[in-house]
Design a protein around this ligand. Structure first.
Ligand SMILES: [Zn+2]
Length: 508
C-alpha cells in the first residue's frame, strides 16, 4: 500500500498530450484575438474600445483559467469524471449503511472537495480517475471515520483522537472553573482551532453550558433555569454561540425537561445528558440516556431504595427489563452506557489498559496532555484492587447486570452509542476502541459496536446527511484498516489510513 502522487507515480494516461494540444490551442486563440485587435486598430469611439478590450481581456482570462484548471487537474482521468483530490484504489467497503454487516469489494472511491463524490463497484466498467493522492487499498477495509458523541474537550484530546480514527466529536459540557471564568468562551475558542481546515484534530461540535433545574448543581459550566419561560431564550442563546445540541443535567423537573425537548426539537437540536430516572426522561420525550444508573433506577427491585443510590446497577430486576427495553426501542432512545468510564477498571482488560495508558502518556502523541489530567486518566483507569469484599461484590453484580442489559438491548434493536466521556476522565482516542471492546465482551455483536461509533451517533446528532456512513455526497471521513472489525472488534485499531474531510491525516 502506498500514497501515490500524480504525475510522478501515477502517470496520467491522456493528459500530457492533451495539455500540449490545449496549450497550443490557447496560444493560437490568443494570437488570433491579438491579431484581430491589431487589425481593428484603436477605435475612436471610446465605448466600443472599452468593450473590445474587455472582451479581449476576458477571453485571455478565460483561457488562462481553463489552462490553469487543466494543469491542476492534469492527472484527472477520463473526460466527464469529477476532478479528484484523492482516490482510494481497491478495498472492501464497509459502508455502515446496513443493519447487518455487509462487505463489498470496490474498484475504488473518489474524493473531491472534502466529499466522497464517487464509489465505483468492483465489477463496473467505469474507470477511476487519477488524483494527486492515491491510496492502494488492495483488500483492506474501507469504513467511515469514528464519531465520539460524548467528550469533554481538554488540552491533548484532539491529536490522539484523530490518530485513533475519531474524525468527529461532540463536546457535551465545557470545562468549568479549572479552565477559566467563561466555559462557553473556552469551548468556542477551542472549537475554532480544532475545526480549522489543517487542524490536527477531529471535527468538533459542542453543546456549551449544561442546563439544570432551579435546585440543580452549582457550577460555573451549569446554567440553572429559574422558570419554564426562560427556556426558549436560553436555548436561542446557546444556538447563537454555535451549539449543535443541548446538554441537560439530572435535576431538571419533568416539566422543564419536556419544555427543553419541545424547544430543541423545534430547532432541530439533539438533547443529550443526564437523567435521574430513565423512565421519567423518556416519558417527557428524551431520546438519549447517558450512563447506566438512570436505567438501573427505572428497573430496580426496590425503586425507592434505588432512587437514593448513586449506582444501583446491582439491583436490576430482569423481569422488568424486557418491557423497559421494548419501550426504549419503540421510542428510538439512544443509550450511551459509558462502560469504560464506569466499569473499565473492573474489566478483565483493566491491567492491560492501565499499562498501555502509562506507556502512551510517555509518547509524543500525548505530549499535549497536561500533567494533572494525565494523572487523572491513570487514576480513573487504575485496576480496582482496594475495595471491601462487599463493595467488590456489589460492583461485580452491577457490571454483570449492565452487560446483560446492553446485550439484550442490542439484540432487540436498541441504539447503543459507543461514546466515551473522553477528556474528562478517559484517555482520548483509544477510549472508543476500548468501549467497543467492552460492548463485545458483554455479548454485543462487533458490527453493532461499530454502528455505535459511526451511523448511530451521526443520527443521534442529526448529522446523518454529512457523516456516519460512506456514501456519495457525504463528508470524506474515512478509515482504511488492515483487517475487518466487523469480524473481530480488535481490528478497529488496525488503522492504516485516517482521512478527515478528504485529507490524509494518518498514513503508515
Ligand atoms: Zn460526560
Amino acid at each position: 500500500m502506498k500514497v501515490g502522487r500524480c504525475p510522478k507515480s501515477q502517470p496520467a494516461d491522456p493528459q500530457p498530450a492533451t495539455i500540449v494540444a490545449l496549450t497550443v490551442g490557447v496560444n493560437v486563440i490568443m494570437i488570433r484575438v491579438a491579431q484581430k485587435s491589431r487589425r481593428t486598430g484603436r477605435s475612436k469611439r471610446k465605448g466600443v474600445d472599452t468593450m473590445r478590450s474587455w472582451k479581449e481581456n476576458g477571453m485571455r482570462v478565460l483561457m488562462l483559467v481553463l489552462f490553469a484548471a487543466l494543469l491542476v487537474t492534469g492527472c484527472s482521468g477520463p473526460a466527464g469524471s469529477p476532478a479528484a483530490d484523492l482516490v482510494i484504489r481497491g478495498g472492501q467497503l464497509l459502508d455502515m449503511t446496513s443493519d447487518e454487516p455487509r462487505l463489498r469489494p470496490i474498484k475504488g472511491l473518489v474524493v473531491s472537495g472534502g466529499k466522497i463524490v464517487r464509489i465505483i463497484a468492483a465489477d463496473s466498467s467505469e474507470e477511476l480517475p487519477n488524483a494527486p493522492e492515491v491510496i492502494e487499498a488492495g483488500t483492506n477495509i474501507v469504513m467511515p471515520g469514528l464519531i465520539d458523541a460524548h467528550i469533554h474537550f481538554r488540552l491533548g484530546v484532539p491529536e490522539p483522537a484523530l490518530h485513533y480514527g475519531v474524525t468527529t466529536v461532540m463536546d457535551t459540557g465545557p470545562c468549568g472553573a479549572p479552565c477559566g471564568d467563561d466555559p462557553n468562551a473556552f469551548i468556542i475558542g477551542h472549537a475554532k482551532t480544532v475545526n480549522a481546515p489543517d487542524a490536527d484534530g477531529p471535527t468538533m461540535y459542542y453543546t456549551g453550558n449544561k442546563l439544570d433545574g432551579p435546585d440543580g448543581i452549582e457550577a460555573l459550566e451549569i446554567y440553572r433555569l429559574q422558570s419554564l419561560e426562560e427556556i426558549p431564550e436560553k436555548i436561542d442563546e446557546l444556538v447563537q454561540l454555535g451549539a449543535s445540541g443541548i446538554k441537560v443535567e439530572e435535576n431538571l423537573p419533568p416539566e422543564y425537561r419536556r419544555k427543553i425537548m419541545e424547544e430543541a426539537n423545534r430547532r432541530g437540536l439533539p438533547v443529550v445528558g443526564h437523567s435521574r430516572d430513565a423512565r421519567e426522561s423518556i416519558s417527557v420525550g428524551m431520546k438519549f440516556i447517558e450512563h447506566m444508573n438512570p436505567i438501573a433506577r427505572s428497573v430496580a427491585t426496590d425503586l425507592e431504595k434505588a432512587a437514593k443510590e448513586a449506582d444501583p446497577s446491582d439491583q436490576m430486576d430482569f423481569s422488568k427489563v424486557e418491557e423497559f427495553i421494548q419501550l426504549m426501542v419503540e421510542e428510538e432512545v439512544y443509550l450511551n452506557p459509558t462502560l469504560l468510564g464506569r466499569y473499565g477498571a473492573m474489566s478483565p482488560w483493566a491491567q492491560e489498559f492501565y499499562e498501555e495508558d502509562q506507556q502512551l502518556l510517555e509518547t509524543e502523541l500525548f505530549a499535549k496532555v497536561p500533567k494533572e489530567i494525565a494523572a487523572r486518566y491513570l487514576d480513573r483507569g487504575r485496576p480496582a484492587r482496594d475495595m471491601s469484599p462487599e463493595e467488590k461484590a456489589k460492583r461485580e453484580k452491577g457490571y454483570a447486570n449492565v452487560q446483560r442489559f446492553i446485550r439484550e438491548f442490542s439484540e432487540q434493536g436498541g441504539l447503543l452509542l459507543a461514546a466515551t466521556d473522553m477528556g474528562n476522565s478517559r484517555m482520548p482516542g483509544i477510549a472508543i476502541h476500548r468501549e467497543m471492546q467492552l460492548f463485545v465482551d458483554a455479548g454485543v455483536a462487533s458490527y453493532k459496536a461499530l454502528l455505535g461509533a459511526t451511523r448511530y451517533p451521526a443520527e443521534m446528532m442529526k448529522k446523518a446527511d454529512l457523516i456516519g456512513t460512506l456514501e456519495e455526497g457525504k463528508q470524506a471521513d474515512i478509515l482504511v484498516l488492515g483487517s475487518n472489525p466487523a469480524d473481530d472488534i480488535a481490528a478497529s485499531k488496525d488503522l492504516r489510513y485516517v482521512i478527515r474531510k478528504g485529507k490524509i491525516v494518518r498514513a503508515p
